[in-house]
Design a protein around this ligand. Structure first.
Ligand code: WT7
Length: 567
């Protein structure tokens, strides 16, 4: 029997107060995610239970109890408060998946400040744009990433503190830099946790859109209610589970379900921060006796590619429940898992903006391979007709995936961009920007995105951001960035470039341009292919028609090109 029990029964009697009651939270009272994920778990008698088991590069291993994470997050919180940080200040976490990242996340929340987690693979320009937009006041980082921060810090007048978690000598430090070694600091047993309320801001995640700058998705402490209940009912976590979420906390899966979800339930979780290989992943599952595993289609496809033979070298019988998020989960992957692990991957659909799982194949419910499943109780979901924005009743007809706003973990705005936020709503529906169909049993089937955003291996890439980076190179006249098909990542980035007069397309120039943008973008946003063209397809009004290039790459019909300029 799953934690949720019968889906249909849950639908009938659902209110979000089920979660609030279990969390002991009452409307209008204080709710602080940092406290819920550590102090409360200790109060419930689990102080000595393992909260985090970490394994890093070169075999580094560390393990922490809930009391450890309570103490260490108190220590960092108190340190941040003592240097002058206050509630609602933005504090960026720019670290690999090391334990310090996890503790800092809770520590920042405990002082009521806003956590801004950023993927440590970001180049300095990607980092700069996001710190500038959020007017971030402090950044916590590692020595290995410090050079990127140093390069941009003088252009960031709001950035007052650069906190480094590794040892550095006083003489090696530049302005604004402070070393803080959590584990050497005097542990703080008691701290006054900032009394955040339901609507107090908590986490600020950046996500890519089609045009313009990346958008800062603002979440609030009430999101806990959604994250708690979805973790319980969808990931089906129980007290004796050993849970592994493979996502990095630079992305929302890594915070909602890689920190908040498991820890607010007092669950032991494992973190592996040593890159990907089928061998090391299976070994990690076997060694730690992982029971619940939340991963992503790209990783699953890579495991499939490594072959079934290797699986027999490991004992993976501890696995009890598997889930996936981030991109379409092919039916082959679901069936492959059934064959090799004896259970299917359960697809989950949601977004940075939704803060928690929206549509899913629930444990205990029939899984339809290739389908995303059904809406979480309390979520009113529909596919809308693309012109009228009215819900479509007819099964199998394609429409826009939309939700009625009002669930606890819905984003509250895009940071400093209320206008973009407002654009996401039509007729009282929140538009996800994705398309799907619904079948006659109410299962949702993903069709594709409704915009130009590229989803490469679960990472959203804005064509605009890549084009902007390219345009900064002296030789690049114009560029258009689209996706092209790829076996493992489903989509990868391809750039079309027309050169300025006087430049000749050749391999050296291509390499030079690639090296130039590599410093600005993160690895996944890098074009996997460059094609130099004489000119780009444009409308008569001069807009680049990415659609034409996209169709060409995917071998699709080009469609209406009546607006294409021709001379
Ligand atoms: C976009 C959101 C929220 C977790 C990580 C991604 C795509 C997400 C699925 C799925 C097909 C999916 C959508 C969505 N996506 N889950 N199960 N099947 N597509 O968060 O970076 O905000 O991306 O990822 O296009 O809009 P994100």
């Amino acid at each position: 029997m799953s934690n949720m029990g019968s889906y249909d029964e849950r639908l009938k009697n659902f209110t979000w107060s089920i979660a609030a009651e279990e969390l002991g939270y009452k409307d209008g009272e204080v709710v602080n995610i940092g406290w819920y994920c550590s102090d409360r778990i200790c109060d419930l008698g689990k102080a000595e239970k393992t909260a985090l088991y970490y394994e890093g590069f070169g075999g580094a291993q560390r393990s922490y109890t809930f009391n450890d994470i309570r103490l260490i997050s108190n220590t960092i919180g108190t340190f941040l408060r003592n240097i002058g940080l206050v509630n609602e200040d933005r504090v960026c976490l720019f670290m690999d998946r090391i334990p310090e990242l996890y503790f800092s996340f809770l520590g920042v929340l405990k002082i009521g400040a806003i956590v801004q987690p950023l993927f440590s693979a970001f180049g300095d320009e990607s980092l700069f744009i996001r710190l500038e937009n959020a007017q971030t006041r402090a950044i916590i980082t590692q020595k290995k990433h410090l050079s990127k921060v140093r390069k941009i810090k003088d252009r960031l007048p709001y950035l007052e503190f650069i906190i480094i978690v590794d040892q550095l000598k006083e003489t090696e430090l530049e302005g604004k830099e402070i070393v803080f070694r959590f584990e050497n600091a005097e542990p703080v047993d008691k701290m006054a946790i900032y009394p955040t309320k339901a609507e107090s801001p908590s986490v600020l995640h950046y996500t890519s859109g089609t045009t313009g700058q990346p958008k800062g998705v603002k979440h609030v402490h009430l999101s806990l209610v959604s994250q708690y209940l979805t973790t319980k009912w969808v990931l089906d976590l129980r007290d004796d589970d050993i849970y592994w979420c493979t996502a990095d906390p630079g992305w929302v899966t890594g915070t909602s379900y890689g920190i908040i979800g498991p820890w607010c339930m007092g669950i032991t979780q494992c973190v592996l921060d040593s890159g990907f290989s089928a061998q090391s992943w299976y070994q990690f599952i076997e060694k730690n006796k992982i029971t619940v595993w939340y991963s992503a289609p790209t990783a699953i496809r890579s495991l499939m590619k490594a072959g079934d033979e290797i699986i027999r070298n490991f004992n993976l019988s501890s696995l009890r429940h598997l889930a996936s998020v981030g991109e379409p989960l092919n039916s082959e992957a679901v069936i492959w898992a059934e064959k090799n692990f004896g259970k299917p991957f359960h697809d989950t659909f949601w977004q940075t903006e939704t803060g928690s799982i929206m549509i899913t194949n629930f444990p205990g419910m029939k899984v339809k391979p290739g389908s995303m499943g059904k809406p979480f109780p309390g979520i009113i979901a529909a596919v809308l007709e693309q012109k009228t924005f009215e819900p479509i009743d007819e099964p199998g007809k394609i429409g826009l995936i939309a939700f009625r706003p009002g669930w606890p973990s819905m984003m509250r705005t895009y940071w400093n961009n209320q206008e973009k936020y407002n654009e996401k709503f039509v007729n009282g529906w929140y538009l996800t920007g994705d398309k799907a169909t619904i079948d006659n049993e109410g299962y949702f089937w993903f069709i594709g995105r409704d915009d130009d955003v590229i989803n490469t291996g679960g990472h959203l890439v804005s064509p605009f951001e890549v084009e902007s980076a390219l345009l900064e190179h002296a030789a690049v006249g114009e560029s258009a960035v689209v996706s092209k098909p790829d076996e493992i990542n489903m989509e990868v980035v391809k750039a079309f470039i027309s050169l300025k007069p006087g430049y000749v397309p050749n391999k050296e120039l291509e390499l030079e341009i690639m090296n130039f943008i590599r410093k600005k973008l993160s690895s996944f946003a890098m074009p996997q292919e460059v094609e130099f063209v004489e000119k780009l397809p444009k409308t008569r009004s001069g807009k680049i028609m990415r659609r034409v290039l996209h169709a060409q790459e995917w071998g699709e019909e080009i469609g209406d090109i009546s607006t294409l300029e021709n001379d």
